[in-house]
Every structure is written in C-alpha cells, then in structure tokens.
Ligand binder design. Structure first.
Ligand code: HSE
Length: 369
C-alpha cells in the first residue's frame, strides 16, 4: 500500500512513525506546509503532487477542519484513491456526499479513529450491526471534556486550569470551543448513530450543550448529592423514530461512566441480542489515534470499505422528559434548590435545549441518575 499523508501534526506524525515500522505500507509523500525533512518520504506543499501520483493508492488525512479537507477528500475519492481519516467533523458534515461517492467510485473510505481515538468502536459497530438490531449508542466520547471534568471532580481544579492542561497534552482540538461546547461529541455521536442505525441524521435535529461555564460550585453540588458530571451523548430508537442529544449529564458515583478518568472514553451500544457492550480506552492523543488509522489501513488493504450502507436522511425527535440541574435564569417549576442552582420538574430534552439557546449563560445538566 502506497500512502499520501495529509498533515504532520499530532496524529499525522504518529501515523508516519508507525507506518515506517511496517513492511505492508509505505508513506510516499507527506503534505505539510512547514519545512520538514523526512528520511523515508517526500515532503510536499501542494496536494496536487499526491493527487496526481498514480503510485499512491491511499490517502490518509490527519489535518482536521473542514477546508481544505473536504475538497481534498472529494478529489482523492474521485481520483480512485482509498481514503482513511481521523477527521470526524469532515465525515459527519459531508456524510451524505462522501459515503455514496466512495461507494460509486468503488474505493474504500474508513474513519475508525474519528470516534474514540484508539478504541475499536466504529469497527465493532460495523460487525455488530450485521448480526442484530442496535437499539442505542452513546457515552463519553470527548477526552478533553472528560479530562477537565475529572480534574475538577477528583483534584478540585478550576475549569480554566484543567482546560489548559488538556491542551498542553495535545488532547484538545485546535479550537477548544469545539470540545467544550460539545461539537466534537456531537460529530462523533452523529457518525456513530448513522452507522448503527443505517440512516443519515439531519444534524440540526440533534441538540447539543457543552461543559463550558461549569464551576467549582456546580461540581461541589453534584458531589454533595452523590453525583458526577460527564459530557454524554445518546442516540436511541424510539417507537417509529429516534431520540438523540449531547449534554452534560449527572450520573451516580459508582457507575461505570462516573469512574472514567483522565482523557479516557467509554462508549456503549445496546444491542437487541448482545445487550450492553461498552468500549473503554484512550479517546485522544498521538499514538492511540494513529494506531486506529493504521488499523484502518490494514482493513482497507484487506478490502474493507465503509461500516454501513448509506441510509436516508432522518430527523431525531426529543420528546422524552427528564429533570435538569440548571444554574442561571430558570423561572419555571423546580423540585429542589441546590445552592444557586435548581433541579427542575421533568421537562422534555427538546424544550430544555430550546430554553438554553435563549439563555446561553445558563449551565444545564440532565439528571439521569
Ligand atoms: N479533541 C478530541 C478529544 C480529540 O478531546 O476527544 C479526539 O477526537
């Protein structure tokens, strides 16, 4: 397998190093805008040098972002090259273009590292969905948020300090708002749910709230009630449709999710036959993520393409109700007062997220305990 590698940052460098240690793959060219010198590959600054190189059969993208990643992906697939990426924003945003295009061109598209870093999550969903109906997917999918929440909960750090540490360890996206506002988790949930259910979710129908703005007082309130806050995603089948959302969620101390430390992820599916299956591991970082990219390359060489057939565009509904922890501005019925926050009466997920949009200074967390 002859590879053109796009990007030489945290993940790209890891892929280059692992590939260099293997006989079955060779990185021929690396696209990097900075001056680098490589012993085993040619460094190039123009994507056309990879696109037009007929020796290169597979492109690996580890740049992140939507542009020019999108243009590069479309061009590579149209040129008949396989495409492996860790870029969840790209595959989620352009799902309904890239998945059918790869199919039409008869080339392989894989993105296991896009959800869960080093965890074999999408690759196991691919296997699992063949043998049973998947009822639900979701969990802790963002290493940066888990690192921040874990450090606030266990070590009493404040939010800014914990975020800074996560960034210095290379976990955060280039723009940390993508992590802390829940967008990265949202991309990963949509991608997982598309694969699990064989549909293409209308992204705007899936509400998202992140952890930005959480305070030490919130964390102390949760601990006083035996609860831990995690940024959780969920998508599940309902009677005739689907629910799906991303939000801070209060889980009981002692639950598997509450125990997830540092930047680890814990992602779960509920299958009709298998019941609960959970996947735990390094959700971010150079070598775990690069490892999963290399796993995809091995799968592509063995002839494996995308995880599920492309399915129709589908909206999620969110009529299910739950109680919420709300700090800031809630004037509707409440069941309890926790310091300067309240626990609301049950309210639908759709309504709470609409309320939060109008009250962006508020911090909300669903009470699933
Ligand atoms: N920023 C992401 C995270 C990287 O923190 O989980 C891995 O997708």
């Amino acid at each position: 397998m002859k590879i053109g590698l796009l990007g030489f940052g945290v993940v790209g460098r890891g892929v280059y190093e692992i590939a260099a240690s293997r006989e079955d793959m060779q990185v021929r060219k690396v696209l990097c805008l900075e001056d680098i010198s490589l012993s085993d590959a040619e460094a190039v600054k123009d994507f056309a040098e990879i696109l037009n190189d007929n020796d290169i059969d597979t492109v690996v993208e580890a740049m992140g972002g939507l542009h020019p990643s999108h243009e590069f992906a479309v061009a590579a697939l149209k040129a008949g090259k396989n495409y492996v990426t860790s870029n969840k924003a790209l595959v989620c945003t352009y799902y309904d273009e890239l998945v059918p295009l790869a199919e039409q061109m008869g080339v392989k598209l894989r993105c296991t590292a896009a959800v869960g870093g080093g965890i074999g999550w999408l690759s196991e969903l691919e296997r699992s969905r063949r043998a049973q109906t998947i009822e639900q997917v979701g969990g802790i999918m963002n290493g940066t948020c888990n690192y921040i929440l874990d450090h606030m909960t266990r070590l009493g750090m404040d939010y800014a300090q914990a975020l800074k540490q996560a960034q210095s360890l290379g976990y955060a996206e280039a723009n940390p708002a993508t992590d802390v506002e829940g967008i990265d988790t949202w991309h990963k949930l949509i991608l997982s749910a598309n694969v699990a259910f064989g549909v293409t979710f209308d992204k705007e129908s899936i509400p998202v709230a992140g952890i930005a703005g959480i305070t030490a007082e919130d964390v102390a309130n949760f601990a006083a009630h035996g609860l831990v806050c995690k940024l959780m995603s969920k998508a599940r089948r309902t009677d005739g449709g689907f629910d799906a959302y991303v939000q801070p969620t209060l889980v009981p101390q002692g639950s598997p999710e509450a125990a997830v430390p540092l930047n680890y992820n814990l992602i779960t599916f509920l299958g009709k036959t298998s019941e609960r299956m959970s996947f735990y591991g390094q959700g971010a970082g150079r070598y775990p993520t690069a490892y999963n990219v290399v796993e995809d390359l091995i799968d592509v060489a063995a002839g494996k393409g995308f995880y599920a057939p492309y399915g129709p565009v589908t909206k999620a509904g969110n009529a299910q109700t739950m109680r919420y922890y709300v700090r800031g501005g809630w004037t509707e019925p409440a069941e309890e007062v926790w310091g300067s926050a309240v626990i609301t009466a049950p309210v639908s997920v759709a309504r709470m997220h609409a309320w939060r949009k109008a009250n962006p200074q508020a911090f909300i967390a669903g009470v699933e305990a």
